[in-house]
Write a protein of this length. Structure first.
Length: 297
């Protein structure tokens, strides 16, 4: 039976998922704010209203507005977000935004190593479907069947959400080692220190210590810091080489919000996260901070 799937966001992951799902014979409509990439989303769009799945392949800063513009969803529809960021004003992560805007709907957060370029090459990936809705986990598992995406499920929505945010943030930090020309000996040790901080932050913010050490955390972290396709690794590499900061990514956008969130809850901000924040937000002192970074090992 063909399923109706609306994909919001025609970027790398959105177009990759669209192709894989279409190959399974399902009906897919791709939406994007850029009309050359997909249809423009409106609240009275009949396809979205009748879709059985709505996949949000958009950054965290766009998710709230899109959710409010979805209109009335069909009965039993499942909404899934691939976003991995924290809102700047509200300091809410994507699970909290979904719960606020569509509390009665079946929704999920999807994490795990899903590098779009590898999906396009037929190399597969792993989707960690995090949801407290049995309908969401079962239906999304069925949707991805036969696509080459291995599916794992968990009810630890908070943990998977936070692990996704942190792997992007620390992915920038580890990308800087490539820009500085560090070898894998030093990079791997810094990755260990970063992972230790990630575990602490996830636990303090209610995600559970174990989450960071499973595929939704560690596996996604590894591919983010090592893959030549990784956007956040590339952001860090370019930052180290040129001193230029790309603010149009979820990792950079979430650094300040993450630190504010920790401080508001009276938690000590981990040292590597503090250093990364200084490098990103204080360009006049960036060279000095680069030297501090090089002395971390």
């Amino acid at each position: 039976m063909s399923l109706r799937v609306a994909i919001i966001g025609a970027g790398r992951i959105g177009t990759s998922l669209s192709a894989l799902i279409k190959e399974r014979g399902h009906i897919v409509e791709l939406y994007d704010s850029n009309p050359s990439l997909g249809k423009k989303l409106t609240s009275n769009d009949r396809f979205v209203g009748g879709a059985q799945f709505i996949l949000l392949c958009i950054p965290s800063w766009a998710t709230r507005a899109v959710l409010k513009n979805l209109g009335e969803l069909s009965e039993g529809a499942v909404v899934a977000s691939f976003a991995k960021g924290i809102e700047h004003v509200t300091l809410k992560s994507i699970d909290e935004v979904l719960e606020e805007i569509i509390p009665t709907a079946s929704w999920a957060v999807i994490g795990g190593p899903l590098m779009a370029e590898e999906l396009q090459e037929g190399a597969g990936g792993v989707a960690i479907i995090a949801s407290t809705s049995k309908r969401a986990t079962q239906n999304l598992t069925a949707l991805f069947e036969g696509t080459g995406i291995l599916v794992k499920t968990t009810s630890n929505v908070r943990g998977i959400t936070l692990a996704g945010v942190l792997k992007n943030v620390y992915g920038i930090l580890l990308g800087m080692t490539d820009g500085f020309g560090w070898g894998l000996n030093r990079k791997s040790w810094l990755a260990t220190l970063a992972l230790e901080e990630m575990i602490v932050v996830v636990e303090k913010l209610g995600g559970g210590r174990h989450t960071t050490l499973v595929s939704g955390g560690l596996a996604d972290f590894i591919v983010t810091i090592m893959s030549p396709h990784s956007r956040h690794r590339a952001v860090g590499e370019r930052l180290a080489k040129t001193g230029e900061v790309d603010h149009n990514n979820e990792g950079t956008a979430s650094i300040g919000s993450l630190i504010t969130l920790l401080k508001n809850r009276h938690f000590t901000v981990p040292s590597l996260l503090v250093l990364l924040s200084k490098i990103v937000v204080k360009p006049s002192k960036r060279q000095a901070y680069f030297e501090d970074f090089s002395r971390t090992l």
